[in-house]
Write a new protein. Sequence first.
Length: 251
Amino acid sequence: MQQTKLFRALASIALGSALLASGSSAMAASAVLKLQGNITPPSCTPTFTGGGIIDYGTVALKGGEHTSLPEKKTTLQIACTSPTMVAYKVTDDRNNSASAMSTNFWTFLGQAPGSGGLFAKDQVYGLGKNGTKNIGGYSLRLEGLPTVDGAWFGKVNAYNLTKEIPVIGNILPDAWIYNVISKTFITKGTLYTAGNVLQLGAILGIAPPVAGKNFSFPITINAELGTASDVGNAADAIKIDGQATFSVVYL
């Protein structure tokens, strides 16, 4: 009887060991699922109508007065390979070369003469130098409604307020708003885009970005030369040499 019990016990141990071995073998088996493919990021290319060159020809200075140059217009166009939300920002390649602008120029900007208003300094772009002398300055104004894929209805010029003010730019979420009170001058380094006002936030000036393949932004340029004393003398004609870079930012 005892032998029978011992045999059964040994058999149970052997069976359990076999099951454990079988179970561990089953758990060790695995199948691998891989996800792969190729991602083609959208590509957007900015261009200007007319090739991006504003030519004033030959300009005669007014001696002791500032010389206002004729108002010019161009259009920034951004073409993307697929529907994309994009913005652009502007860098002044002739930064700190703007001469002391006239009262009329600052009044046109809606600022106190001499730079009193918020962002005023960053809204005047330089026209280059004659030696150490600053030649003059210019402004870039958003004028008219932007279009997205050929449609303008409900689209406005919007800018990222939180990114425009560095002290809060890294604290608050992006806030895209549009200007309904005064002229919209392009501030250096600020993000601009086409915003949508067909939503409730529009009454608060909020305009979130719009996705599209082809964007169009009408821009007006107003430039002013300094006085003859500001600009200085030169053996040859002095070259107007303003340059700004418009960079695409993917949102």
